[in-house]
Every structure is written in structure tokens, then in C-alpha cells.
Design a protein around this ligand. Structure first.
Ligand SMILES: Nc1nc2c(ncn2[C@@H]2O[C@H](COP(=O)(O)OP(=O)(O)OP(=O)(O)O)[C@@H](O)[C@H]2O)c(=O)[nH]1
Ligand SMILES: [Mg+2]
Length: 397
């Protein structure tokens, strides 16, 4: 044992044989704050400590840090704020609507109930296409054009993948820099949180809130992979599919099923060297849709081309949407679709809630492993297994 006094800058867990290169040293503390002023707790803890000795400090008073909380608004304040087009309240109301917290559910439903008479007056446009096709750039250009025409534009996203990939399709508002500075535009990135069903509920309700706030054009962006196109189709009046030339059918996900959902095909990036190819491709697509059934009664889908860079085709895209609205309103299919969508939504929500309750049911959860085993062992048929599980299910739980 060495008799040298312990080095106060060397913690006792440093190995005895640690050389000079063992880079752990405890620095002497600074009395008071780092700026040389007193500590936040005042002089009570500020005890001179020249030799780093143990010193009994006067215990600081109990200070419980108070988290910053915004005052909760009342239902009336939310409703009045939304109807007055107050953007801050609008954003907060959407946060309430998007919340998964049970505590927000009553508030959110009451806000929605009160704004309901002020909803439904917008044109709801769904925009889809594979990643990189130019959705965000198109929305930027199209949205700015609509604002110039005196419209108020809200941009929302249905992006169930974003919570997994963190690559929210509207996460980067930078691609919509100009539009996000427009006083008459409101861009809401995709709600986080999982399932397509969950994201859809939030997006539908957010649409209603935006309509009550006076936005007369809603642009709902969704990435063209998976099931989200079908979902967005079920919540919009007009569905726009963006395509690029030369990407190959497979790459663009141009499945017949998706083209059949679209009210118009928009060939993007029709500029520079690509202009001629876009023209040819657009003609090809026109011939394709000619042979397909239209998703909307009273409307014949169109194929057009545009460039978000030069602005070519942007006004035409809006003219088509306006024509669509006029024709389908006259035909009755516009209103008919909205009614069907609302009822489908009710059924879908009841369906989702019932399914979740079934899987959370304690008796079902207890029985499930045994029943699964019996099915796999060939002891009972699948239908009997399902019946046994359902027999255990009661609702409410
Ligand atoms: N030349 C040309 N390039 C374009 C046009 N529109 C978009 N681009 C480019 O295409 C690339 C992809 O565009 P985005 O708008 O980000 O595509 P997106 O469909 O939103 O992509 P994701 O968000 O990844 O699904 C960007 O580099 C754009 O600059 C256009 O009209 N002309
Ligand atoms: Mg995008």
C-alpha cells in the first residue's frame, strides 16, 4: 500500500496500474453557476470548498419543477377559433383530433359535432404516385396556383408507413417551401401512429376541421404503395394518379386496379428532354383508360401531362377538377359518393372497434393459445375454433 495521499481528481474506481493515458480526471467543481454568478438556488448551497472535502450542505428547499402546460381551451374556444380561421387554434384542434389519448376523445368528438354543419364545402382531391414521381413538387406548384386564384388550400397526408420509416411524405416541408409561406395554405404533415385504419380516422377528421376553417380545396397526398390508395380513394371526391415516363409499368405500380381508381392520370415532369416522351406516354395512357371502367359515374377519366417546374399543365389540371365537379354534381354522383363514403366510414370504424375489442378480450386471450394448438394438432376444425372464441366474447368487455 502506498502512503501517498489520495489524488482528489482520481476516482477510486480507476485501476491502480492505470497509466497517464487513462483519461479520467474529475475536475473541481465551480462554486455557483458556470457563469460565475450564484447558483439558481441562491447562497444556501454555495459553500466554499477549496479542498473538495465532504461538506454538509444546507438541504435545498423542495423545488418541484413545473412542466410547461398550455391552458386547455374549452370546446367553444376551439370551435370559434376554427370557424374564425385562426391557424394556431386550428393546429391545436387537429392535435386533439389526432390524439390517441382517451382523455381527448370526448373533447374531439364534441368539437367535431359542433363544426359539422360547416363542413363538406371543399373539393377533396387525392394525389398518389410512386415515391419520386413528383407529388410534393406538384402539390407545391398546384397549391400556389390555387392560392393565386383566390382559393384556400389545405394539404394533408395519409402515410401509414411514416411511423416505421420515419420518412413522412410531408415531413420535409422544404419541398413545399413556397406553399408553406402562403397565407392561404395550410400544410399538415402526416399524423404519426401506425395502422392505416388509425391514420385514416385522423385524416378524415382533420379534413372536416380544415373545411370548417374555410379551406375550399383539400389536397390529400399518399404514397402509391400498398393499400393506402384505396383508402384515400374512399375519402376524396377526385383521385389523381401521377405517372412518369420511362419508369416501366412494374416500377410505377401501374396495376390495372390502381389506374381504375383514378379520375385523371397526370404524366409529370413533361419538360426539357422529357417533354416529347411525356407526350407519347400520355397518348398511350389515354388509349389504356379508354378501355377501362370509370371509377365515377358521369365522368370519363382523362390523361394529361404537366411540369411542376415550368408550370405547364397546372391550370389545366384545375380546369379538369372543376369540370369534374360540375358534371358529377349535375349527374348526382358527387353527392352520392359522399353519402356512401360517410356510411362506409361509420361501418369501418365500428368494424375496427369490434375487432380490437375481440382481440383484447381477457377470456378470448386466455383461450386463444389452447384453441390454436388444437387446430394445429388437427383436433378441431377451424370453423369450430372460431366459434369457440366468439362464444367467449362479450361486448362491452
Ligand atoms: N424536371 C422535373 N423534375 C421534377 C418535376 N417534379 C418533380 N421533379 C423532381 O423529381 C424529384 C422527386 O420529386 P418529389 O416531388 O419529391 O416526389 P414525391 O413523389 O413527392 O416523392 P416522395 O415524397 O418520395 O414520395 C425531385 O428531385 C424533383 O425536383 C417536374 O415537373 N420536372
Ligand atoms: Mg413527397
Amino acid at each position: 500500500m502506498s502512503n501517498t495521499p489520495p489524488d482528489p481528481s482520481r476516482p477510486d474506481w480507476v485501476p491502480d496500474n492505470a497509466g497517464a493515458d487513462f483519461a479520467t480526471r474529475v475536475m473541481k467543481g465551480v462554486d455557483g453557476g458556470h457563469d460565475g454568478m450564484g447558483t439558481r438556488l441562491g447562497d444556501m448551497t454555495k459553500v466554499p470548498n477549496p479542498a473538495n472535502q465532504d461538506i454538509a450542505l444546507t438541504p435545498p428547499p423542495e423545488v418541484t419543477p413545473q412542466p410547461f402546460r398550455r391552458r386547455r381551451l374549452s370546446v367553444e374556444e376551439y370551435v370559434q377559433g376554427i370557424l374564425a380561421g385562426d391557424r394556431t387554434i386550428l393546429a391545436r384542434a387537429i392535435t386533439v383530433v389526432e390524439s390517441n389519448a382517451a382523455a381527448d376523445s370526448d373533447l374531439s368528438q364534441e368539437i367535431l359535432r359542433q363544426i359539422l354543419p360547416h363542413t363538406g364545402k371543399s373539393m377533396r382531391v387525392g394525389i398518389t404516385g410512386v415515391p419520386g414521381v413528383g407529388k410534393s413538387t406538384f402539390i407545391e406548384s398546384f397549391g400556389c396556383y390555387l392560392c393565386e386564384q383566390g382559393h384556400r388550400v389545405a394539404v394533408l397526408a395519409v402515410d401509414p408507413s411514416s411511423s416505421l420509416t420515419r420518412g413522412s411524405i410531408l415531413g420535409d416541408k422544404t419541398r413545399m417551401e413556397k406553399l408553406s409561406r402562403e397565407a392561404n395554405a395550410f400544410i399538415r404533415p402526416s399524423p404519426s401512429g401506425g395502422t392505416l385504419g388509425g391514420v385514416t380516422r385522423k385524416s378524415r377528421e382533420t379534413m372536416l376541421v380544415c373545411e370548417a376553417a374555410g379551406f375550399d380545396v383539400l389536397l390529400i397526398e399518399t404514397v402509391g404503395v400498398g393499400q393506402s390508395e384505396t383508402t384515400v380513394r374512399s375519402m376524396v371526391d377526385f383521385f389523381l394518379l401521377l405517372l412518369i415516363t420511362g419508369a416501366g409499368d412494374e416500377l410505377q405500380g401501374i396495376k390495372k386496379g390502381i389506374i381504375e381508381l383514378a379520375d385523371t392520370l397526370l404524366v409529370t415532369k413533361a419538360d426539357g428532354d422529357n417533354e416529347l416522351r411525356a407526350q407519347t406516354f400520355c397518348g398511350d395512357m389515354e388509349r389504356v383508360i379508354h378501355h377501362l371502367a370509370s371509377p365515377t359515374h358521369g365522368w370519363k377519366p382523362r390523361a394529361i401531362r404537366c411540369s411542376a417546374l415550368t408550370g405547364a399543365g397546372i391550370p389545366e389540371a384545375w380546369t379538369i377538377i372543376e369540370t369534374f365537379k360540375a358534371l358529377t354534381s349535375a349527374h348526382g354522383s358527387f353527392e352520392q359518393r359522399r353519402r356512401e363514403q360517410t356510411l362506409e366510414w361509420v361501418h369501418a370504424m365500428a368494424h375496427d372497434a369490434l375487432l380490437a375489442a375481440f382481440h383484447q378480450h381477457p377470456a378470448v386471450k386466455t383461450l386463444l393459445p389452447e384453441i390454436e394448438k388444437q387446430v394445429l394438432d388437427g383436433q378441431i376444425p377451424a370453423a369450430s375454433a372460431a366459434q369457440s372464441l366468439l362464444a367467449k366474447f362479450t361486448y362491452p368487455l
